[in-house]
Design a protein around this ligand. Structure first.
Ligand SMILES: Cc1cc2nc3c(=O)[nH]c(=O)nc-3n(C[C@H](O)[C@H](O)[C@H](O)COP(=O)(O)OP(=O)(O)OC[C@H]3O[C@@H](n4cnc5c(N)ncnc54)[C@H](O)[C@@H]3O)c2cc1C
Length: 825
């Protein structure tokens, strides 16, 4: 029987361990305490927080205290604004002051590009109800007299941004949780997690075993290590994060707003009459790659002027007094960073009941309120309370958990916090993780690669003599012309897409029809040889996945989904097949996949195969195994670009030879390589939705205009009841296509949409259309009476870009080939 050990922090015996708890939150930082606080607010009172040291002793205690609200997407902004509201009210509720104050913040720009980035953010803020104000530099100087504004060209003020005390706020959350029954056990480390039959059942602590129903890993920089004890992959890595605190200075007084100077990699905060200056240098410094010591509680790391010196010089330029005054503190502490700079939330795909809330990339404090709320709802309701795709832990891949990969990528992801967030920005580090079998060939053909899910994918093909680099801007980038020619080839002749990165699963066995028909919204009980476009919905009818399910034999299906959704969709497929007599296998790496798309695709492929590719011999939406250039190929007549075309699936070992044969025959047909930027433009013209942007688990097929892909006659499938109910109601929310009536401006996502001057929605994705010679976008509109054709026609639409409202045309149907005639041609 383990005996209570003295708590290392205060020498008192640590609290008694329960034998069992409904929810065990591992980690007593601000995130763990917030999760426990919100669970108890939802009525779950059998909650235990277990902390190896003392509450806040991980990363939380040394946070700078910034609480900003505007984030990179609508969902993350919603969580951050929730935090600000909560921290404001928490003191009164719990009797523990949080130190929260609404000091506001100012973001400054010293060049046009940064200014455009900030202004685009300001527009996005409107769609998320965050108040912003463009202010003059004289006003900036008034609010921050020590700031050098001489070289600035603009400043954005966010009046409701705040600052809080990390320790006091965490203690208030813990107090709130305890007052509703939660236990807090300090001085006790969880040594490993225990899972049985794919479900977490308990934890081994240094003082004994605790049986659990649900575990939450809110373990900050330690999470990768602990999660690995049950095979859960949480790819994060500690990086050093630096700030300095000056001596008291004249000109600094309480209530001053935070200043963000991303171009100078610096943030500035008033702290009891001193300046706290923190840095996000262009390349971060990883720490503890081989593991984080368990006793690193309230720990600090040594100063490193060689590393931070160049950035400090930029800060001195912005606040000259920094170069002259005394520094009372040089602080260096570790924080958890992730490969894509976004935190992890949700249930691990590998083990049921194991939830993760970690990897906060220096925004954990300001995110913690919203994150605690969202995860508590997720745990109780078994689904996220809103679209949380961007942060969902199911986006990770095994290779990302490798220390070698993290050592390369994490310094870059820290640097990207304050770097320009260019559209189409590509990572520079840790590339070439996964290569298509024809990688060398497409590279030789001029491919300029981007990375998705570790795959190197051709985004565009450089023109003769063109340098293979991105020149970023918010406007038409240097690949504009090249990509336009690729689109033209697909629309007028034929284009070749290497889609080998798409995730491919085989589902085989007598239970295959039943298993898949339970998950798929569409009816996949179709004759062998038929491909079915379908969504996988949740109980509320929200779209969890968007894919094709092709019946390749009586008891065999091929499931194909986007590369980025591979892990997530695999997890759902695995869970959906548990009670059925089926075997599932991930065959992504076994098969190359080529898209041969365009009006000349039939003529081109007919030169290489004796199969009848005519409308009768090979109708749209069907598949056949055919010989192409002597190779055994599974051909599927489908398209994501709105043209006649075939997807060809071929064993990896035959991929290069098939590619050679296609290009040998392709010349006379106008065959051209095409990349993913072209694909994105073509699919938007054709009105095809992109999962994760245009369709998420918050949007139903009805709202997304995908009701045609629902098997309404099926007796049951996940989400059926919700969809049937919604079908009877007016379409109060609906995905609409837009054309921005400006010859140069580009849309990306989250831009506000106005009808007759009133905010009615925001964009979900945007891309230039070479056919329309304008930017196209999609976006959900909301109108309680129904978003109908008549309502659209009766209104005048505008989309806001960088604070300017630009006229736009709205349409229910796609702008290109609205009747889908070309696909069936
Ligand atoms: C210098 C600096 C300044 C920052 N400034 C800001 C800011 O201004 N605004 C902002 O939003 N964010 C800021 N951050 C980031 C913020 O501090 C973190 O994102 C946040 O504190 C993370 O909280 P957490 O609860 O996830 O992690 P932690 O606070 O690290 O909590 C995790 C806890 O888990 C415990 N634990 C780990 N393993 C085990 C185990 N096996 N058993 C039991 N317990 C375990 C640890 O002891 C730790 O207490 C800053 C970070 C740094 C380094």
């Amino acid at each position: 029987m383990p005996r209570p050990q003295p708590d290392p922090a205060n020498g008192r015996p640590a609290a008694k361990l329960p034998d069992r708890t409904e929810v065990l939150v591992v980690g007593g930082g601000i995130v763990g305490c917030s999760v426990a606080y919100h669970l108890t607010r939802r009525g779950v009172t059998d909650v235990t927080i277990i902390e190896q040291g003392k509450l806040t002793g991980g990363t939380t205690w040394h946070a700078a205290g910034l609480v900003s609200q505007l984030k990179s997407s609508h969902s993350l902004t919603r969580l951050a604004t929730y935090s600000a509201r909560l921290f404001e009210e928490l003191g009164e509720e719990t009797g523990q002051a949080t130190g929260y104050r609404t000091a506001g913040s100012i973001s400054v720009a010293a060049d046009e590009e940064r200014w455009e980035e900030i202004l685009r953010g300001a527009s996005m803020a409107k769609a998320s109800d965050v108040v912003t104000e463009v202010i003059g530099l004289d006003r900036v100087k008034e609010m921050w007299p020590l700031l050098n504004v001489d070289d600035l060209i603009g400043a954005l003020y966010i009046p409701h941004d705040g600052q809080t005390s990390p320790v006091d706020t965490t203690l208030a959350l813990a107090k709130g949780a305890k007052s509703r029954g939660a236990r807090v056990i300090e001085g006790t480390a969880v040594e490993k997690l225990v899972a049985r039959n794919g479900r977490v059942v308990g934890v081994e602590t240094e003082r004994g075993y605790i049986e659990v129903e649900t575990v939450v890993l809110a373990t900050g920089i330690w999470t990768r290590q602990l999660a690995a004890t049950i095979g859960v992959n949480v790819p994060l890595q500690a990086c050093e994060h630096f700030y300095v605190v000056t001596e008291p200075l004249e000109g600094m007084s309480p209530g001053m707003p935070t200043v963000r100077d991303p171009g100078g990699y610096t943030y500035l905060k008033e702290e009891t009459g001193k300046i706290m200056a923190g840095f996000f240098e262009p390349r971060g410094k990883v720490w503890g790659l081989d593991g984080i010591p368990r006793d690193f509680s309230f720990g600090t790391l040594p100063e490193d002027w060689d590393h931070i010196g160049p950035v400090f010089e930029r800060a001195v330029h912005r606040v000259p007094v920094l170069g002259e005054c005394g520094l009372q503190l040089f602080f260096n502490g570790p924080e958890a960073f992730t490969p894509d700079g976004v935190y992890y939330l949700g249930m691990a795909p590998e083990v049921d009941g194991c939830f993760v809330a970690a990897g906060f990339n220096s925004v954990g404090l300001q995110s913690a309120g919203g994150v605690g709320w969202a995860l508590a709802e997720w745990i109780v309701d078994r689904h996220p309370p809103m679209d949380l795709t961007a942060v969902d832990i199911r986006r990770v891949f095994p290779f990302q958990g490798e220390p070698r990969y993290l050592a390369q990528r994490i310094p870059e992801s820290l640097g990207l916090l304050y770097a320009m967030h260019w559209p189409f920005r590509q990572y520079e580090s840790a590339r070439n993780q996964r290569l298509s079998p024809i990688h060398d060939r497409i590279e030789a053909a001029g491919a300029v690669f981007g990375e998705v899910a570790g795959w190197e994918r051709p985004n565009w093909f450089a023109l003769e003599g063109q340098e293979r680099v991105y020149e970023y801007s918010y406007g038409k980038q240097n690949w504009f012309e090249a990509s336009g020619l690729e689109c033209q080839a697909v629309r007028d002749a034929v284009g070749f897409f290497d889609q080998s990165s798409f995730a491919k699963f085989r589902v085989e066995g007598p239970g295959a029809v039943a298993a898949l028909n339970g998950i798929c919204a569409n009816d996949v009980h179709v004759p062998a040889g038929k491909a079915v476009y379908t969504q996988w919905c949740n109980d509320r009818g929200g779209i969890e996945a968007d894919l094709t399910v092709t019946r390749v034999g009586e008891t065999e299906y091929l499931v194909v989904t986007a590369a980025a959704s591979g892990s997530r969709d695999w997890a759902r497929l695995r869970r959906g097949c548990v009670d059925h007599d089926v075997t599932i296998s991930d065959i992504t790496d076994e098969l190359a996949m080529f898209g041969v798309m365009g009006p000349n695709s039939r003529a081109l492929l007919s030169e290489l195969t004796s199969a009848d590719l005519g409308n009768d011999g090979f109708p749209f939406g069907t598949t056949q195994r055919i010989e192409v250039a002597g190779y055994d190929v599974r051909a599927l007549r489908l398209t994501y670009v709105g043209e006649l075309g075939w997807e060809l699936y071929v064993p990896r070992e035959d991929a290069c030879s098939l590619y050679d044969a296609i290009f040998e025959a392709g010349g006379p047909h106008g065959l051209k390589h095409a990349g993913y930027h072209a694909m994105n433009s073509l699919r938007l013209e054709a009105g095809y939705r992109h999962w994760g942007h245009d369709i998420t688990d918050e949007d139903t097929p009805i709202e997304a205009g995908l009701g045609f892909a629902v098997g309404w006659e099926k007796a049951s499938f996940v989400g059926r009841d919700a969809l049937l109910t919604q079908r009877r109601l007016p379409r109060a929310k609906r995905l609409i296509q837009f054309r921005l009536e400006d010859p140069d401006l580009l849309l990306y996502h989250d831009e506000p949409i106005y009808r007759d001057g009133k905010l009615v929605g925001r964009t979900t994705s945007g891309m230039w259309s070479y056919v329309e010679n304008r930017c196209l976008a999609m976006g959900y509109l909301e109108h309680p009476g129904g978003v109908t054709e008549a309502w659209l026609e009766a209104g005048t639409f505008e989309i806001e870009v960088a604070t300017r409202r630009i006229p736009a045309t709205a349409s229910i149907r796609s702008f290109y080939d609205p009747l889908n005639q070309r696909v069936r041609g």
